[in-house]
Design a protein around this ligand. Sequence first.
Ligand code: OAD
Length: 245
Amino acid sequence: MTELDNLIASINKDTRITVLTGAGISAESGIPTFREAQTGLWENYSPEELASLSAFQRDPKLLWEWYNGRREMVKQALPNAGHDALVRLQQWSNHFCLITQNVDQLHQRAGSYDVIELHGNLNTARRFDEDEVLPLDDTLESLPPYCQVTGKLLRPNIVWFGENLPSAAVNAAEKGSIEAEVFLSIGTSGLVYPAAGLPVMARENGATVVEVNLDDTTITDMVSLKLSGCASEILPDLVDRLIYA
Ligand code: OAD
């Protein structure tokens, strides 16, 4: 029996499964990951320079152009077989928790629900100095957008570098990590906290941690099992073996 065989044999419908995804699961939907070189118009900018409150205050129009470009790209993208496999896993399992760092909402478009979004999403906004989350129109007529009720400048409902994450999402993600019996870390470099601490939290509470990634990452040395390759190829096979075992 291989380590993967043993993992499959150890999991049933009542096993508490928690999944953390990063940009790598959306890569095969055509959405660039964060730490690949920026392509096209933004190759002279790094996400860190743009995804910050100071960048927004300096030039809200430029920042909204960057985010709106990502929104339009995501609109054209489709969930891939990796997203679809996690939908099937959630339907099969009685204890499933999906945490994502991604802001593209491809998990929800694939059919996942109760998705814990640690970093917000591209389809909502907030009045600049308020916490209330507002839906964004499908197509923004002018940039930067303003609240039609209060006239206040809107900001993307995305966590910027140096900002706190939404506390409800962090609490739910930590609960899901502490309670996990199996923790899947999929398509993340494990470089950004607090998300990067979740697999460690799971392991410290007795979970079997499995990493699905093209490359080695900061957590590779501590995981129980490393599945190297594309998430859209590995996940469908893994979920099929679990469901039809
Ligand atoms: P990264 O770009 O840092 O890492 C993407 C990971 O996915 C890398 O480890 C790749 O090897 C892996 N990968 C790429 N293609 C893959 C594939 N087809 N199958 C499996 N793995 C693949 O993206 P994240 O780890 O998600 O935060 O970055 C975390 C956060 O950093 C982002 O949410 C963002 C960024 O700053 C905020 O915006 C707040």
